[in-house]
Design a protein around this ligand. Structure first.
Ligand SMILES: *Cc1c(COP(=O)(O)O)cnc(C)c1O
Ligand code: SF4
Length: 395
C-alpha cells in the first residue's frame, strides 16, 4: 500500500485535460510552473502532479530562491534527518526577498536544525511508549491517535513526529491496519478516533476510505477526526471526489495545522469552503514558532483569518523539544503573553487553548494566564482582560 504508487495509478485514470484550473494562477505560481517543462495550469491544479514534483533538492530550490549559507548547509545536512519536501504550490508562497519569510522558515531547512540541545528528544511526547499496537497511540481513556502513514506533502522543519515521518514509500500494511482495528474494536471505551500520520490526506481516496469505513463500522466509535496539514500545503488535494467520500461518513471532524495568515490563500479559502459546506467542522492547530508567529499581533491576525474561513481555532501548541528545534522554540512566557492578548480583546471563538505536550508523555497540559487573583472563604477575586478587579461571592 504505497501512497505514491496509488497516487500514480489514480492519476492515469484521470483525463488530465478534464481538470480545468478554477483559480487563476498568481504571477509567482506561473513563474514556478514555467520551470517545469511542458507543465500546464491543469497540472498545477492536480494534487498528484504537485506531489510528484515536490521540491526535494538544493538545485531545485535554488531555481526559485536565493539561498542563504545557513540554508545551503541545512539542506545539505537534512538528507540524513528529515528531508526537505515542498510542493511547488507551497513554495510559491515563499517571499524570495525575505529570508525571514514565515513560509520559508517552516519549510526550508537551516543549519540550526542539525544541532541538538540537551533538553531535546527523539520522541518528546512519549508516543512510542504509549503505543499498544503499531500505528496507535493510546494515552487518554476515551480516544486514540491512529498514525496511518508516514508521508506528508511538506515536511515541517519543527515536526513533532520527525522521528518517523519522511519520504517515500513507508506506509503501514493492511495487516497492520487490521491489528489497529482489532485493538479499537476490543476497547469499548474508545469513542473517538483521531486519524493522523504523517498526513492521511496524502493517501488516495480509496485507501483513506478503507480506513475510515473500518473505523466507523466499530459500534462504540462515535466519530472520527482527521488531523492534516494538506488543506494548507496542498489545497488542490481537496477535490469534489474526496469531499463526497468524506460526507458519507458524517460526523467527521477535521483538525488542520495552520501557522500563519500568509498560508490562507484563495486556494486554501476554496478548500476550506468545500470542507465546511460538506458539514465537516474544522479546528485549527497551531505550533508557536519563533520568528513565524510568536507575537500577539501575528497570532491574532491568523485567528481572525481562520474564523473568516469557518475554521475554529482549537489549540496553540508550545513547540515540542524535538532534536534540532531550539531555533524555533520560544519561552512559555511568550505563549502566555499571546493568550493574554487574545482573551477578552477579541471574540472567544478566536481564542484557542494554549497547551504544552508534557515532555516524557504527560499529554496536553493547558497553560493559560490566571484571571483569579485570590480565592478564600467563598470570595473569589478576579481580574478581567483590562486588569480591573472584581469580586464574586459564592452563594
Ligand atoms: C492530541 C492527542 C489526542 C487528542 O486530544 P484532544 O484534546 O481530544 O484533541 C489524542 N491522543 C493523543 C496521543 C494526542 O496527542
Ligand atoms: S504535516 Fe504534521 S506530521 Fe507532517 S511534517 Fe508537518 S508537522 Fe510533521
Amino acid at each position: 500500500m504505497n501512497p505514491i504508487a496509488t497516487a500514480t495509478k489514480d492519476a492515469q485514470a484521470v483525463d488530465k485535460a478534464s481538470i480545468k484550473p478554477q483559480i487563476p494562477l498568481t504571477e509567482r505560481e506561473q513563474e514556478i510552473l514555467a520551470l517545469y517543462k511542458g507543465a500546464t495550469p491543469a497540472d498545477w491544479e492536480d494534487w498528484r502532479w504537485q506531489i510528484r514534483n515536490r521540491i526535494r533538492t538544493k538545485d531545485e530550490i535554488a531555481r526559485i530562491l536565493t539561498l542563504t549559507p545557513k540554508e545551503i548547509k541545512g539542506i545539505e545536512g537534512s538528507g540524513t534527518k528529515l528531508t526537505m519536501s515542498i510542493p511547488p504550490y507551497f513554495a510559491s508562497l515563499i517571499d524570495d526577498h525575505d529570508t525571514r519569510c514565515p513560509i520559508r522558515l517552516q519549510s526550508v531547512p537551516q543549519s540550526d536544525e542539525l544541532k541538538t540541545a540537551p533538553e531535546e528528544m527523539r520522541d518528546p511526547c512519549g508516543e512510542d511508549k504509549n503505543s499498544p499496537v503499531h500505528g496507535l497511540v493510546h494515552r487518554y481513556p476515551d480516544r486514540v491517535l491512529f498514525l496511518v502513514n508516514e508521508m506528508c506533502a511538506m515536511y515541517c522543519r519543527y515536526c513533532t513526529r520527525s522521528r518517523m515521518v519522511g519520504d517515500g514509500n513507508r506506509t503501514l500494511s493492511t495487516a497492520t491496519y487490521e491489528k489497529a482495528f482489532d485493538y479499537i474494536r476490543s476497547n469499548k471505551k474508545i469513542r473517538d478516533v483521531l486519524i493522523s500520520g504523517g498526513d492521511p490526506l496524502t493517501m488516495g481516496d480509496n485507501m483513506l476510505e478503507f480506513i475510515i469505513k473500518n473505523v466507523k463500522a466499530i459500534p462504540h466509535v462515535e466519530f472520527v477526526r482527521i488531523g492534516t496539514r494538506i488543506p494548507v500545503t496542498l489545497p488542490q488535494r481537496i477535490t469534489p471526489e474526496l469531499i463526497a467520500m468524506l460526507k458519507k461518513y458524517s460526523p467527521i471532524w477535521m483538525s488542520i495545522h495552520f501557522n500563519h495568515a500568509n498560508e490562507i490563500t484563495e486556494r486554501v479559502k476554496k478548500a476550506c469552503n468545500m470542507i465546511a459546506d460538506a458539514g465537516i467542522p474544522m479546528g485549527s492547530q497551531t505550533v508557536l514558532l519563533k520568528g513565524v508567529n510568536d507575537t500577539p499581533a501575528t497570532m491574532k491576525k491568523l485567528m481572525h483569518e481562520l474564523l473568516k474561513i469557518r475554521v475554529r481555532p482549537y489549540y496553540i501548541y508550545q513547540c515540542d523539544p524535538i532534536m534540532g528545534s531550539k531555533h524555533f522554540r520560544t519561552s512559555v512566557a511568550v505563549g502566555m503573553n499571546i493568550m493574554e492578548h487574545l482573551r477578552g480583546h477579541t471574540t472567544g471563538y478566536a481564542v484557542p487553548t494554549y497547551v504544552i505536550d508534557a515532555p516524557g508523555g504527560g499529554g496536553k497540559v493547558p497553560a493559560s494566564p490566571s484571571y483569579i487573583i485570590s480565592q478564600e472563604k467563598g470570595k473569589t477575586v478576579l481580574r478581567n482582560y483590562a486588569n480591573e478587579k472584581y469580586t464574586y461571592y459564592d452563594p
